[in-house]
Write a protein that binds this ligand. Structure first.
Ligand code: ADP
Length: 549
């Protein structure tokens, strides 16, 4: 027997329609590239998104066609989110921080027919334009007076397109399982792979992210996604904020610490989201300038493990509750969130804080399992660690245009490539990516744990532990460190600090000081490049002390 409830497709257009009708005057604030602040609101975003949809239809874009964006976080990018997916086309967000070859590969592989770009990416697009065979329309996200002079490939002006489009366009209805957006993994190993989200998966994921025990979004919130809208939907904020009616604060390309701090203060931001390297940059600036962030209530940290030192510094300079979350492009991204539970409330404050440093528990909708190399489930004892698997309605089942490549196991589980353990409270702890784990004398050492202990030293700004080949042990940990400004910290002093805090055989065999660490296009430490550079360190560096084992 079927239920007697109304059938409505779960479509992305319904989110912005809801926001326009019920939170129409709630602001969407953007810092423009020249530093000016522009104030839009959900009613305007919805109106202009419909005009964009009408303009794209006029350009011949059809449902299912891919339409790419190369843009920072702004109200115009938000309009693209809703205009493109809302009309039934596929929003293809492209990460402008990748290499030019990767960008053209991703745009070509996605077969996008139009590309909307911020003016700051014009030189980049001009350099790769001859390779973008499928792109029929280049649209610059700006007004007519700021359009680049004609020459090279013809370009359309976004504001002119909108002005000429009818305001009467109505959102179409279609199957909620239709593709809504496409985002490529960073491809630190091999070519980037496209994850194709549906309207249904996007809405279910956004709804769950709103929960009090996830990010707890409310209409009274002012939310600053420092995470970019060009990568995994800025962790769903463009959808979640509109669903909740929260004010959005979008930093454009001003993502340096002073600009972000100023924006948080002036717009009374209550929640901000970023990767650990960004938070580290912010807390260092706050410390150096003696400022604080009194309005900030929640700081969401994800994309890489949260170092305890950053959590402590964030709490000190803002009073914010720090929420640690885990996910990946293939998981939309929310897969686990560390927020308190009734059981955790029974623990001492210190025990609870230790638990909340882990990556957390899955929200409703996703299931997690951890297996040994034979594929057998491991006990939730907080010690046994193995491959982490995930499944649920917002988890990828395959990659875009990769033929019949099989991604899931026979029971529909997606292999995350992360190594994790789960404890009796149901909290998972990621100890590494499979490829980053340090295999020493047949046992595994967590690079993340070593890094957290090193970064707790007040004179360490960033630390990365990588596996270097070792004649006796196979691999040994090598620690690569960026010192705090003005510090003359030495290797022995740092190792002495770390020694009592970790198992003896985990202690790195050597420390290398560098002025900066290579970062991926999403702001995480680029371990592949460090491993390539230092792989032979213990084989070639003379006089290295070997074998802390
Ligand atoms: P990429 O970094 O290649 O762009 P993703 O953004 O999809 O790809 O990154 C996903 C990976 O980031 C996860 O598989 C995991 O290794 C790592 N990651 C994400 N969040 C966390 C976290 N909170 N703690 C530890 N690792 C994390």
């Amino acid at each position: 027997m079927k239920g007697l409830m109304q059938e409505h497709e779960l479509l992305i257009s319904s989110v912005i329609r809801h926001a326009a009708e019920n939170h129409g005057d709630r602001e969407v604030v953007t810092r423009e590239s020249d530093g000016r602040i522009t104030r839009s609101c959900y009613a305007q975003v919805e109106q202009r998104a419909r005009q964009l949809a009408a303009a794209l239809v006029g350009l011949g874009i059809r449902p299912g066609d891919r339409v790419a964006t190369l843009a920072m976080n702004s109200y115009r990018h938000l309009e693209c989110y809703y205009g493109i997916s809302g009309m039934g086309a596929v929003l293809h967000t492209v990460n402008p921080r990748l290499f030019a070859e990767q960008i053209s590969y991703i745009i070509n592989h996605g077969q996008s027919r139009a590309l909307l770009l911020d003016p700051c990416f014009l030189p980049l697009v001009e350099s790769i334009a001859p390779r973008l065979k499928k792109i029929e329309h280049l649209i610059v996200l700006t007004e007519s007076t700021l359009m680049p002079p004609a020459g090279g490939r013809p370009m359309l002006c976004y504001e002119q397109l909108l002005d000429a489009a009818p305001g009467s366009y109505q959102w179409p209805s279609f199957d909620e399982r239709s593709a809504a957006s496409l985002c490529y993994t960073s491809g630190t190993t091999g070519q980037p792979k496209g994850v194709l989200y549906s309207h249904r998966s996007t809405l279910l994921h956004a709804l769950v992210s709103l929960q009090a025990d996830c990010f707890g979004l409310r209409s009274v919130d002012a939310v600053l996604p420092i995470v970019p809208m060009f990568h995994v939907h800025a962790w769903s904020m463009p959808y979640g904020c509109a669903m909740a009616g929260a004010k959005m604060v979008l930093p454009g390309n001003h993502v340096d610490a002073p600009s972000l701090v100023e924006l948080i203060q002036s717009e009374q931001v209550t929640m901000a989201l970023g990767v650990p390297t960004v938070w580290s940059m912010l807390v260092n600036h706050l410390r150096d300038s003696g400022q604080s962030l009194p309005s900030l209530q929640r700081a969401v940290v994800g994309g890489a493990a949260l170092p305890p030192a950053i959590r402590d510094a964030l709490e000190q300079c803002s009073g914010a509750r720090v929420i640690h979350a885990w996910g990946m492009t293939e998981t939309s991204p929310t897969g686990a969130v560390a927020t308190t539970t009734a059981n955790l409330e029974q623990l001492s404050a210190d025990e609870r804080r230790a638990e909340l440093l882990k990556q957390g528990r899955p929200p409703w909708g996703v299931e997690l399992k951890i297996t040994n190399p034979e594929g057998e489930p491991l006990p939730s004892d907080g010690i046994s660690s193995g491959q982490l698997w995930i499944r649920g309605p917002w988890i990828a089942r395959g990659y875009f245009r990769r033929g019949r490549e099989r991604v899931l196991d026979e029971d529909g589980w997606f292999p995350t490539g992360d190594v994790a353990s789960r404890d009796a409270y149901g909290f998972i702890k990621i100890s590494d990516r499979t490829k980053d784990v340090i295999k020493s004398g047949g046992e595994w050492i967590s690079s993340i744990d070593i890094e957290h202990i090193a970064t707790a030293h007040p004179q360490v700004r960033f630390a990365a532990a990588v596996a270097a080949d070792h004649p006796k042990w196979g691999e040994r940990p090598l620690l690569i460190v960026v010192r705090a400004d003005g510090s003359a910290l030495g290797a022995e002093e740092l190792l002495e600090y770390m020694r009592p805090r970790m198992a003896r055989w985990w202690l790195p065999d050597a420390v290398v000081f560098v002025s900066e660490l290579p970062l991926t296009a999403t702001g995480k430490v680029l371990k592949t490049s460090l491993r390539a550079a230092y792989r032979d360190y213990f084989l070639t560096a003379p006089g290295q002390p070997t074998g802390n084992r």
